[in-house]
Design a protein around this ligand. Structure first.
Ligand code: HEC
Length: 181
């Protein structure tokens, strides 16, 4: 906001200084020269883009499936005591789908196959979340929740504890469960 005001003020000052008689184009909506796209026709913000179809998980997975693989990871014992508060809740899965696109797709890809642009340079590469067989740290609710909240030690997957509330992480868990095959 402040920057915009400063820019507008600077723009007006420039117009006055150059004695330009054009009507000041508030917030520079139409670009002259290179660009032809006015902001009103620009693509909608990512959060309102293409609604994601959500469903219930197609692959059955006990909440603690292979969770013990994460024994040496941060948060293992704390998460072991938890239960997904949104199990089977489609509304939560929808929220999770949006949170996934905002926070995870950059690395794990829009469809979860691990091809996000921000993950290309990482070693190891982001997990292909759609392939059950590739999960290292548990494939059920608990494993997913722990991986999301606390991360995967020694990889580019840092924990989201500071960036997402527990409820949000569980919502993402619901969504990621629907990607697994
Ligand atoms: C900066 C890139 C990056 C972002 C952003 C990111 N991840 Fe990851 N993720 C990784 C990497 C790298 C790994 C580790 C892969 C490995 O261990 O081989 C990983 C691992 C995981 C795993 C563990 C899978 C297993 O092997 O058990 C899960 C689950 C996961 N990510 C989910 C998510 C979710 C959900 C989000 C969004 C909240 C997210 N990630 C955001 C890069 C990222």
């Amino acid at each position: 906001m402040r920057i915009n005001k400063v820019l507008v003020a600077a723009g007006l000052a420039a117009l006055v200084a150059y004695g330009c008689s054009n009507t000041p184009d508030e917030n520079a909506g139409t670009t002259t020269g290179g660009g032809t796209t006015a902001p009103s026709t620009a693509a909608p913000a990512p959060t309102t883009a293409a609604p994601v179809a959500v469903s219930t998980p197609t692959v059955a997975a006990a909440p603690d499936l292979e969770y013990d693989n994460a024994k040496a990871q941060s948060g293992y014992a704390d998460v072991k005591k938890l239960k997904n508060p949104f199990a089977g809740d489609l509304e939560a899965t929808k929220k999770g789908a949006e949170l996934y696109q905002t926070n995870c797709a950059s690395c794990h890809g829009a469809t979860g196959v691990g091809d996000g642009p921000a993950g290309m340079a990482l070693t190891p590469k982001p997990r292909n979340l759609t392939v059950m067989a590739e999960y290292k740290l548990g494939k059920g609710d608990l494993g997913l929740f722990r991986s999301i909240k606390y991360g995967s030690d020694g990889t580019g997957m840092t924990g989201w504890a500071d960036r997402m509330k527990d409820d949000e992480s569980w919502q993402v868990v619901n969504y990621v469960r629907t990607l697994q095959k």
